[in-house]
Design a protein around this ligand. Structure first.
Ligand code: SF4
Ligand code: SF4
Ligand code: F3S
Length: 266
């Protein structure tokens, strides 16, 4: 009997903070250990691979040359274009170069988080390094955007599980995000929504209305304009999400969220 090789995944890191990786390793459904050890073959990842240095770069090259057209390229962070990409060097050369090279042989590309999907904090004005989301650099491959700063762990593993199970990309919205996780606004399923509809709002942080769990709209909550699964899937295996812990949504999965400020209206 022939054993089918698990789909290779290359996980690259550009300009980023690594919290997308931190989120991913906390997935409970499916367990991240099942994803990494049984469902796919994680051939390259700065955070999770045992190899380092030349050994790690050799693994990357092996997948690129021997599994062209088969591997999924998962990208955390983005490339800075200024100064020929010199603001982000990986393995001795600009990340921009490495990204283009690996994208050429990828079956599909997953843009992890807001950095890869829409630029995030390093692309905020005045963006001195010219940090650029990956779809503006790679234009000839399907790219699935999984925005959020970071994305929810189960959303990340859910996207990978879908691709591996059905051998196709999940249905995407017009911005390239999986509809199943980004099809609704935070506001549509927020448990504070009945207070919004009743005109009951917190007027100050920690006022009486805030303690009663009233709507945070007047404090600057961006739930009405933010598409993400936080109010349904929630975080920490479904325990809570920012609004449930008393903080308005800052729209971390939406384009230019750093420049759409201020975060607070009070
Ligand atoms: Fe970090 Fe946010 Fe970028 Fe993910 S999207 S790497 S959490 S800054
Ligand atoms: Fe909408 Fe935010 Fe109010 Fe929730 S707290 S109902 S998301 S405005
Ligand atoms: Fe981000 Fe808003 Fe969810 S800030 S984590 S999209 S509730």
């Amino acid at each position: 009997m022939e054993t089918k090789r698990r789909t290779p995944v290359i996980w690259m890191n550009g300009l980023e903070c690594t919290c997308c990786s931190e989120s991913f390793i906390r997935s409970g459904h499916p367990l991240v250990s099942d994803v990494v050890l049984s469902m796919l073959s994680l051939d390259y990842s700065h955070v999770l691979m045992a190899a380092a240095g030349h050994q790690a770069e050799a693994a990357l090259e092996e997948t690129r040359t021997q599994h062209a057209g088969e591997y999924i390229l998962a990208v955390e962070g983005n490339p800075p274009l200024n100064e020929d990409g010199m603001f982000c060097i990986v393995g001795g050369r600009p990340f921009l170069e490495q990204l283009k090279e690996m994208a050429a042989g990828a079956k599909a590309i997953v843009a992890w988080g807001s950095c890869a999907s829409n630029g995030c904090v390093q692309a905020a004005k005045p963006n001195p390094t010219q940090a650029t989301p990956i779809h503006k650099v790679i234009r000839d491959k399907p790219i699935i955007k999984v925005p959020g700063c970071p994305p929810i762990a189960e959303v990340m593993t859910g996207v990978l599980t879908y691709i591996l199970t059905f051998d196709r990309l999940p249905p995407l919205d017009r911005l390239g995000r999986p509809e199943m996780f980004y099809g609704q606004r935070i506001h549509d399923k927020c448990y504070r929504r009945p207070h919004f509809d009743a005109g009951q709002f917190a007027e100050e942080w920690d006022d009486e209305n805030s303690r009663k769990g009233y709507c945070l709209y007047k404090m600057g909550c961006r739930g009405p304009t933010t598409y993400n699964a936080c109010s349904t899937v929630r975080w920490n295996e479904g325990v809570s999400f920012p609004i449930q812990s008393g903080h308005g949504c800052i729209g971390c999965s939406e384009e230019n969220f750093w420049d759409n400020g201020p975060f607070y209206d009070r």
